[in-house]
Write a new protein. Structure first.
Lengths: 154, 279
């Protein structure tokens, strides 16, 4: 019987919707890969309240986003990591006739440790080609083995 | 043994077929990326040159002519970002397209036109489409046919302060190469598409020599600038007509050092700084 009451109470807890208050507040969160830049002048002074323009790899001509640095010259953004935006994200910071632009490589949704190698050899071959090349290399080993085996038998 | 030979021939034939089909695909990609349009190299002395300005020490400066002698101007569309300020060098540029703008040196007057004139067109060439994000050029000693023969830069104009007018004609011969990344300004430059031509800009910041009254005196620009007063002190009958050698001997060593440093630091790409390679 006790078990019945427990199950009944549990089903009520699951079935009855929570009361929603019109003035309630709700905070949700999710983990993201954010990028923070810090802009400084050559003398080390922060570029406070400077204009920030961000260009995504998918559209080099038009800004993906704009913003302003804080008092310490910092600005944080979360890049869109869709496949078309894998590559160099370009960040431009300007203030009073001074400016700089820098590139941040993004690979697989994360900051690339090394610069992207756009000229990688493997990218030039199809899967079928790779399979044939692997077979050819394999056959080379077998052929060599058979050659020496035949030499020994003679 | 016949079977083995047959298998070997099959593998070889398959490789050849697949390789040739891959080359066809590559050619298709090449065809798509070898569309052409024009890329212009412009030179910009900014409003300081076109409209005049007031130096850090209160001289109202207006230019009649600002000659610079360009040579070896080359734009690149690089395979990855190019940031010479962070260690990338001209030798390390890994580029898809390279464009030579000048077959020989060219003297350009940055003060040509009225106060609203656009940057001066130096050269325009047909290029492959792409993003031309690196630029290098030289300010070279002009040859005998040039208006500034024997010089890299000449500044000709008038300076006025407290009712005193000084006509100046200053010549410099400091051959310098500028190695720069992408243009930094309002609009992104250097993008050439089949539908839209592109532009790259060699920008020269003359406020670095004379300073700018509109900029706070404690800022690096004014701290590092010579100003016009030390040159005004060299005037004779309201005229200063001096070249490098004269300035070296008549300015104080500290002032001459400031001047030569400012002259070398003239080259930019918009607001973006360049690495300097003095010849």
């Amino acid at each position: 019987m006790n078990r019945f009451y427990f199950l009944f109470a549990l089903s009520l807890a699951i079935a009855v919707p929570k009361q929603v208050l019109a003035h309630g507040a709700n905070i949700e969160y999710q983990e993201t890969e954010a990028i923070t830049i810090q802009a400084k002048y050559d003398d080390g002074k922060p570029m406070a309240d400077a204009q920030v323009v961000i260009y995504a790899p998918s559209d080099r001509a038009n800004p993906w986003s704009k913003g302003t640095t804080d008092k310490s010259g910092s600005f944080t953004f979360v890049p869109n990591t869709d496949p078309e935006n894998i590559g160099d994200w370009d960040i431009k910071v300007r203030q009073s006739g001074h400016g700089d632009i820098t590139s941040i490589p993004i690979k697989d949704g994360k900051l690339a440790v090394n610069q992207m190698n756009t000229g990688s050899l493997g990218a030039d071959y199809t899967s079928a080609q790779k399979l044939v090349m692997a077979a050819a290399v394999g056959w080379g080993f077998i052929g060599t083995g058979l050659f020496f085996a035949r030499s020994k038998s003679k | 043994m016949n079977r083995i030979s047959l298998l070997l021939c099959g593998i070889t034939l398959g490789s050849v077929i697949l390789t040739s089909s891959s080359h066809k695909n590559s050619n298709k990609i090449m065809a798509a990326t070898t569309e052409e349009n024009t890329l212009a190299l412009v030179a910009n002395g900014e409003d300081f040159v076109r409209q005049g300005f007031t130096s850090k020490d209160g001289w109202e400066i207006n230019f009649d002519r600002v000659y610079v002698n360009f040579s070896n101007a080359v734009a690149y569309s690089t395979k990855s970002s190019f940031e010479p300020q962070k260690g990338d060098t001209k030798k390390s540029i890994d580029y898809q397209n390279k464009v030579d703008f000048l077959t020989e040196a060219q003297t350009t007057d940055l003060a040509a036109g009225n106060g609203e004139a656009k940057p001066i067109l130096v050269s325009e060439v047909e290029v492959n489409t792409g993003f031309y994000n690196a630029l290098s050029w030289k300010l070279d000693t002009a040859g005998g046919d040039s208006a500034i023969a024997g010089k890299t830069i000449a500044l000709i104009g008038k300076a006025v302060k407290d009712g005193q007018t000084i006509n100046f004609d200053l010549g410099f011969n400091n051959p310098t190469e500028y190695i720069c990344g992408e243009f930094v300004g309002d609009e992104r430059q250097g993008i050439v598409t089949a539908d839209s031509p592109g532009q790259v800009e060699a920008t020269l910041h003359f406020d670095h020599i004379f300073g700018d009254l509109d900029t706070p005196p404690e800022e690096a620009l004014n701290q590092d600038a010579l100003g016009f007063e030390p040159i005004a002190k060299l005037a004779s009958n309201g005229t200063v007509n001096l070249d490098d050698t004269d300035l070296a001997s008549q300015l104080s060593p500290k002032d001459y050092q400031k001047l030569t440093k400012a002259i070398a630091g003239l080259g930019h790409v918009g607001e973006g700084h360049c690495v300097i390679n003095q010849q």
